[in-house]
Design a protein around this ligand. Structure first.
Ligand code: ZN
Length: 241
């Protein structure tokens, strides 16, 4: 079985289409999403439709729940807040309900968990970026493999005796006991590489691979400006920050 793992799409249709185009030749059996389908970008409705259509499992991101009114906006910065208010106006009630009903975490299969932020406190929407964050999540993770999103940084934490991390683009699951993989962000990469990010999990090869694909950043950024969304949300796409 081959899974495609998509995350942090953030209403960026150009990036999402580029990723789906790249995956079309990859013999993918199931698509799953680690959350933040909407927020920041100019195409919430088309991105939501595409993800709902193609993904078997989707978990809630903080922007998804904020757009649906589940999560308070008090911890969002001004740009994110403005985008959430704008996003709500673009979505019909049934889409808002779909976002609202997304689970905080979900099983992909017997061995694999999906959660947007952390395993140890998913509803707090903290970042899983340091070894200590990973330690807290590893302590409660019952499955050997977990995919997360939220930080928009592709990074893998693994347990093999002790806890380690890697930025390698191939993770051999046979060599590790437990792994938490962040595939990076489809629609708003923040690792100073503007290309859209995603991962493929191959259950037969016991391997996760991380991938990047270029997309039309200028078009996505122009749409953000044309929609009247905060300009820094457009500018950041060019530099992947
Ligand atoms: Zn996000």
């Amino acid at each position: 079985m081959r899974y495609a793992i998509l995350g942090d799409v953030h209403s960026n249709l150009e990036a999402l289409e580029a990723v789906l185009g790249a995956l079309a030749g990859e013999r993918i059996d199931h698509y799953v999403c680690v959350g933040d389908v909407v927020g920041y970008g100019a195409d919430p409705k088309p991105c939501l439709d595409r993800i709902r259509d193609i993904c078997d499992v989707v978990v809630a991101g903080n922007h998804d729940w904020a757009a649906a009114g589940v999560l308070s906006l008090e911890f969002f910065n001004e740009y994110a807040k403005a985008a959430i208010h704008w996003t709500r106006e673009q979505l019909p009630a049934e889409d808002i309900a779909w976002l609202r009903d997304l689970p905080l975490q979900a099983d992909v299969d017997r061995r694999t968990l999906l959660v947007h932020s952390t395993v140890h406190d998913p509803s707090a929407f903290d970042y899983l970026l340091t070894s200590y964050d990973a330690h807290l999540s590893m302590r409660v993770l019952k499955k050997p493999l977990c995919f997360v999103g939220h930080s928009h940084i592709p990074i893998t934490f693994m347990e093999r005796g002790g806890l380690g991390f890697t930025f390698a683009d191939t993770i051999d699951l046979a060599k590790v006991e437990k792994v938490i993989v962040n595939p990076g962000s489809v629609g708003q990469p923040r690792d100073e590489n503007p290309d859209a990010a995603y991962a493929i999990y191959d259950t037969v090869k016991r391997r996760v691979t991380l991938h990047r694909v270029p997309y039309d950043v200028t078009k996505a950024a122009d749409k953000i400006r044309a929609a009247g969304l905060p300009r820094p949300l457009a500018d950041r796409l060019h530099v992947g920050k």
